[in-house]
Design a protein around this ligand. Structure first.
Ligand SMILES: [Zn+2]
Ligand SMILES: [Zn+2]
Length: 428
């Protein structure tokens, strides 16, 4: 493994690579600290301690501490980047839809012309396959490619599909605790991991960019730019672009992809007034869940709050044999998601942790207190339904105690995309 384009803490890790520049881990400029690893300038994230090597006070950066501590009394080394061409053949098991071909061409052009693109693609548009051709031409030219996402579960899923398609490529998979093993020519990683690089990537593809917390948006952009070369192409993929993101692109750089890959309409949310208390069994919900079992359908029930979810769960669990709940703080969440995939759970109570990633057949969703959800969460949750070609339809039941702007916005967005897809002749 070579550390091309990386920030290195220890010269013993190098073999033939050359150091481009070395800097202290943390510098002080105009009385303000700056971290030379992650670029952080938030002064509240710098801490001092007494260093026994130099017998002096030293300053370190807490923002990037899980990439290895950097401090003012120790140097970091920026390693010279390198370009290596590869054949980069890939295999596709099916033919791209007309819309996917359109998107794939746009991405390829953006890569070849070093331009930026925002692909506003509905859930289930088949985004991953759209990037294959762009990656392939980039790698044939020797460009360094990174495919990143804020969420580690999305990263692992995308990696599996890329590894399956690009069988002969050396793909580095990187997330916290997983370091990569090749020369960083083709990296699949969490956005966070790009902090390890400096001016290295010629193409950066950011999947599910909106999954990043909005207040960290600037840090995300900064990290991507620092890891990229000056003329890099940046491709963003999302089903729910926020306005801040859209504002960074011109109209011609935003490509709308309103159709699902299988050519069926998006499921539209149904709003139903229903006040669901944590202390009283709700007959409407119970009836719906029983009917789901009868119809041999799976159900995700989405909650905005973990403790509310658990209380509601306690009332319903006695009625069903294959019912579970899951949240981001659940230590068994990975096991529970595996059970889901193995068809061992019929009803899953969940927080927004399952709004992306898991795709099941015969799935319907229920949202509890929909008035407490953002419009992008509602769009993502609705997007879980009808993803499979074998089962392209389903229900999105939104229980609420009053319709909000966010709810209307979500429904509008979905209908707008659907009519656009119809107009283009991309769905039937
Ligand atoms: Zn830092
Ligand atoms: Zn020291």
């Amino acid at each position: 493994m070579k550390l091309y384009g990386r920030i290195c803490h220890d010269l013993n890790n190098l073999t033939t690579e050359t150091v481009k520049v070395s800097k202290p881990g943390v510098s002080k400029v105009h009385e303000k600290y700056i971290c030379n690893q992650c670029g952080n300038t938030d002064q509240t994230l710098f801490f001092n301690y007494y260093c026994h090597h130099c017998n002096a006070t030293t300053t370190y950066c807490r923002y990037c501490i899980n990439l290895g501590k950097v401090q003012s009394c120790k140097a970091i080394y920026i390693i010279e980047s390198e370009r290596q061409k590869s054949l980069c053949k890939y295999r596709l098991n099916f033919e791209l839809s007309e819309q996917q071909r359109h998107a794939s061409d746009k991405i390829k052009q953006a890569v070849l012309n070093s331009e930026h693109l925002l692909l506003h693609a509905v859930t289930g548009a088949g985004k991953t396959e759209m990037i294959f051709e762009g990656i392939s031409v980039a790698r044939q030219n020797g460009d360094n490619v990174a495919v990143v996402s804020p969420r580690v579960d999305v990263v692992k899923e995308v990696y599996l599909r890329l590894a399956e398609a690009f069988k002969d490529e050396q793909i580095d998979l990187m997330y916290e605790g997983n370091f990569g093993q090749y020369n960083s020519t083709f990296v699949v990683a969490t956005v966070h991991q790009l902090m390890r690089y400096d001016s290295h990537f010629d193409v950066v593809i950011v999947d599910e960019v909106d999954a990043f917390p909005l207040d960290m948006d600037n840090q995300l952009m900064h990290t991507i730019h620092k890891a990229s070369t000056l003329h890099a192409s940046h491709i963003y993929l999302t089903a729910t672009p926020n306005q801040q993101l859209q504002a960074k692109f011109t109209d011609s750089q935003i490509i709308k992809l309103p159709a699902r890959y299988h050519g069926h309409s998006l499921p539209l949310p149904e709003f139903q007034f229903n006040a669901i208390k944590e202390t009283k069994l709700n007959q409407k919900l119970l009836k719906l869940l029983k009917k789901q079992i009868e119809d041999k359908r799976k159900t995700f029930v989405f909650f905005h709050d973990i403790s509310y979810m658990k209380k509601v769960f306690n009332m319903y669990e006695h009625y069903f044999s294959k019912i579970e709940y899951v949240s981001s703080v659940d230590s068994e969440r990975h096991e529970k998601v595996s059970l889901l995939r193995n068809d061992e759970i019929d009803i899953m109570f969940t927080t927004t942790i399952l709004e992306r990633g898991v795709t099941l057949e015969y799935l319907d969703v229920v949202i509890m207190h929909t008035e407490k959800f953002t419009s992008s969460a509602i769009i993502q949750i609705a997007g879980r339904v009808g993803r499979k070609l074998s089962c392209p339809t389903g229900k999105v039941v939104c229980y609420h105690e009053g319709i909000t702007k966010n709810m209307l916005h979500a429904k509008n967005e979905i209908s707008k995309m659907d009519s656009l897809a119809r107009k283009k002749g991309w769905i039937t």
